[in-house]
Design a protein around this ligand. Structure first.
Ligand SMILES: Nc1ncnc2c1ncn2[C@@H]1O[C@H](COP(=O)(O)OP(=O)(O)OP(=O)(O)O)[C@@H](O)[C@H]1O
Length: 527
């Protein structure tokens, strides 16, 4: 990793930053120094206060007390506009782009006094071409945002910040939505930015990424800054322990649960979207009692549509699904509610859209999907006090913080929202659980808990379908792994046959030689 001559210069300094939201002390007397031209990781448990701190640096929240110095000068940041004027840029977890505008229009929107008029567009095009070349940020400038994959949309956000003169760039969980290839490219962009003296603040739960990409790392716990390390002088185990305050077990032990009882199967399941594009192509698969079936694949290869058809959110176009004695097909569709009543739980991939309702309180979100049943896990749903007590119990068992059933769902940190959804679904003790990206944005201590609970369900004889972009997670939990590519099942391997390399090849639709005879291949597909 190259060091710049100006490394000792401090780009950003925080002194005694403090912020409370009611009773929650989100940031408590935070001190931090970030040398210019370095990549600085910020890690911490869910709810530790990382996003709050970044939002204070970006002028989105105002600290109750404390001081922010940029390149040695104390600055008051009362708005994002002011932060931008001092060279701070931020790429949020959820992009802030106008879908039906071009890349060029998005970049200059709000930055040029000439608005979207020709002279502004021309000037911006020249500048963006220069930035794209300098930082490996190639994006088709005239393409509409809605036509670009997430990886390229993220590059537009970075270009937008650089175009506004950012010298300190904050990225909040930037790799959560990226494919492994897109993540590799993002890290190359980071290197190019650092070479040019840009300072990067990187928030991520993935310790692997902290170790690969950063120069220094700071650890937050319960609102406080508890440790700073040079990345080259620490490791995964130490960082995990600093974050959680105890040793974390990163391996899961599974019991022996061999069984032949099929809980769910699909035959030639096909789904055409509203534009007539075939998103699922004759998918045939099954899930047995007592097994975790992992679905691996680069996102966008039909995994989401498979989960949505199995959970009753969309209907198959042809083929069928069997759950117990019930057959679901185009002529006999089932609603999500009916599928739930067959004993199927669903943890959706997109928690903010499908998992909870942002304006609902935590206790309302904790019964979502089950609100039409008179009784849920022994709780009479028309008794508000019991619903409240039930939510408190779930929060205790799953360590959802803060333990406030009356807090609006949107005000919990991302990881705590996720724990609330998983708690609701797992606690219902479903026969079959469909899980999409269970640990996206979730801290390492909570990952340990979620993995343990998934394996407990499996050991009790339940069936689990796990869709995850994290190969580590697929490998740690699955008994069998199905690989999807272009809407099809292109192969299946047992846990013993699988490793990262094998899955990586299969995900690119290349079958490793030694598996050609032993692997089930969909519809005689030649790989
Ligand atoms: N606008 C708000 N109103 C009330 N409480 C809030 C608000 N924003 C954040 N909080 C609370 O402040 C605490 C810190 O939240 P923050 O989002 O900063 O954590 P985080 O470390 O970024 O977590 P995660 O890794 O889960 O994203 C949490 O308890 C959260 O519920």
């Amino acid at each position: 990793m190259s060091r710049l001559p100006n490394e000792k210069q401090i780009a950003l300094e925080l002194c005694g930053i403090d912020k409370k939201f009611g009773a929650v002390h989100a940031n408590s007397n935070i001190d931090l120094q970030v040398p210019a031209g370095t990549i600085h990781g910020i890690i911490g448990e869910n709810g530790a206060g990382k996003s709050t701190l970044m939002n204070i640096i970006y002028g989105f929240y105002t600290a109750d007390s404390g001081e922010i110095k940029i390149s040695g000068t104390t600055r008051k940041l009362n708005s994002s506009k002011e932060a931008i004027s001092y060279g701070i840029g931020m790429v949020h977890q959820h992009f802030m782009l106008v879908d039906n505008f071009s890349v060029l229009e998005n970049v200059i929107l709000g930055a040029e006094s000439g608005g979207l008029l020709q002279p502004s567009l021309k000037k911006a095009r020249t500048e963006l071409e220069r930035l794209a070349k300098e930082y490996q940020l190639d994006v088709p400038l005239d393409a509409l945002i809605e036509d670009l994959p997430v990886g390229l949309q993220q590059r537009v956000e970075i270009l937008k910040a650089l175009y506004r003169g950012a010298k300190i760039l904050i990225l909040d969980e930037p790799t959560g939505v990226l494919t492994p290839q897109e993540t590799d490219h993002l890290f190359k962009i980071f290197d190019a930015l650092r070479e040019q003296g840009v300072t990067i603040l990187l928030i991520t739960h993935k310790l692997r990424e902290i170790l690969a990409a950063t120069d220094n790392v700071s650890v937050m716990r319960q609102g406080a800054m508890v440790a700073h390390r040079k990345t080259s002088e620490t490791d995964k185990e130490e960082l995990a322990e600093l974050m959680v305050g105890r040793k974390v077990r990163l391996k899961v032990n599974k019991g022996d649960t061999k069984t032949e009882q099929v809980l769910l199967s699909t035959t030639d399941l096909t789904y055409l979207d509203e534009m007539g594009v075939e998103r699922l192509k004759k998918v045939s698969m099954s899930i047995k009692a007592g097994e975790v079936v992992g679905i691996a694949g680069v996102s966008g290869n039909g995994q989401s549509e498979l989960m949505s058809t199995l959970s009753g959110l969309i209907s198959p176009s042809s083929g069928h699904i069997n759950i117990g004695d019930k057959q679901i097909d185009a002529q006999h569709p089932s609603s999500a509610d009916e599928v739930r009543q067959l004993g199927v739980g669903h943890i959706p991939e997109d928690r903010l859209v499908m998992g909870l309702i942002k304006s609902f309180t935590a206790e309302e979100s904790a019964i979502l999907g089950y609100q039409n049943s008179a009784i849920y896990n022994g709780v009479v749903l028309n008794k508000p006090k019991m619903i409240n007590q039930e939510c408190v119990r779930l929060m205790e068992e799953w360590d959802v913080r803060p333990r406030d059933p009356k807090l609006r769902s949107s005000l919990f940190s991302g990881g705590n929202q996720q724990k609330l959804i998983i708690a609701r679904e797992v606690d219902k003790n479903p026969d079959l659980l469909l899980i999409g990206q269970p640990t996206r944005g979730v801290d390492i201590g909570a990952i340990e808990l979620i993995h343990k609970r998934i394996v407990e369900l499996r050991d009790k004889g339940k069936g689990i379908l796990l869709v995850s972009v994290e190969l580590d997670e697929i490998l740690a939990l699955s008994d069998r792994i199905i690989v999807m590519f272009d809407g099809k099942v292109v192969g299946e391997v047992s846990a013993e046959q699988a490793n990262e390399k094998v899955l990586g090849m299969m995900m690119a639709n290349i079958m490793p030689d030694h598996l050609k005879s032993s692997t089930q291949v969909n519809q005689g597909e030649q790989l």
